[in-house]
Design a protein around this ligand. Sequence first.
Ligand code: AOS
Ligand code: ZN
Ligand code: ZN
Ligand code: ZN
Length: 424
Amino acid sequence: MLIEKYAIQEHNNSAATAHQRRFEQLAGQVPQVDSLLQKLVDFQIAIPSWALGTGGTRFGRFSGGGEPRSLEEKIEDVGLLHTLNRSSDAVSLHIPWDIPTSAASLKALAAQFGLHFDAMNSNTFQDQPEQAHSYKFGSLQHTDKAVRKQAIEHNIEVIRYGQELGSNVLSVWLADGSSFPGQLNFRKAYQRTLESLQEIYAALPGDWKVFIEYKAFEPNFYSTTVGDWGQSYTLATKLGSKAYTLVDLGHHLPNANIEQIVALLLNEGKLGGFHFNDSKYGDDDLTTGSINPYQLFLIFNELVEGMDARGMNHVSDLGWMIDASHNVKDPLEDLLQAVEAIKIAYAQALLVNTKALQEAQEQNDVTMAQEILQQAYRTDVRPLVAEARLRAGGALQPLHLFRSLKVRDRLVKERGAGAVATGL
Ligand code: AOS
Ligand code: ZN
Ligand code: ZN
Ligand code: ZN
């Protein structure tokens, strides 16, 4: 293991005095601080296997070296993150990029790091070398039944891999759509997609869920068959109680009110989970919280309020995953930042005085409602997030420790300067 317990201990000791001062100053102002901290300790965010290497562009790819060369090394990388922040206890795999040679030994390896397998992702947006039919004109929507069948069978195969690994969610993102007006009969494309999904749904084990991800555009630029939350929601509703909508933050048209979409899906019992990232223009897959942290907070505010109102478990009733990928940062440093940003937004949302906010809303006191929200948002909650990490056995400053231990240099030495993540 690259990061020993004593290294974390030493780091925490050296940072303890400064942390303690900051934490105590804040803790005095937080009602029920211990229960808030416990919520932060419990909250876990799954890491996608494809974010462990550089990528996220159809143009040049610039590896920083030391990227995982195998599925096992991807698990090790997530283990490393979890050792540092105690907040990333699961990994989300993509098939066929991540086909395990032995599910049992992969599961055992993951368990060594305290990891489990979150949502399994299918891939019908690329052709694989041995594949009989092409997805050039779509997969589950395709005009040719044989193509649809191939895509359905692939999804069922992904479920089987997931079962062996102990996962219980299938995430389906479809690139299906059209690039030119007239190319597609929208009604037929939707209907075929629904029927294909129904066959996949029929193969879901009893305790499984299926998440239907939507995306406004790309790779198709005229229409996407599951293009927005409404299309995903109608599909999920027709499929049944095990089907839900997945919200990827980067998959909306500019300026969409994502927090309102989230509140509504939650209210309808159809919110499955998230792909966290950030975006300025489109599906940018940038680090969560790097562009619009206020939006992230507003989303978490709806989540906390809505989940509490519905008596939902913050940890297990929704799927919390990152979906990020880019070219210019160390992928592990980037993921540490993303998890930190998510926990900060969650902590801020937990600080919102919900009762006072609801009173202000009922009285149409618009000014006070804004004050209450921003009071929470403008609180520097980083000492709370750090304290939770400390209590969970992680590092007070994960990124700082990652750098001072020269983790990337050690990975480059071990795996090579030219090591590029497999599968992307
Ligand atoms: C694609 O835009 C989606 O965000 C999917 O979640 C996709 O499967 C993932 O980004 C891996 O490429
Ligand atoms: Zn978990
Ligand atoms: Zn996504
Ligand atoms: Zn995306």
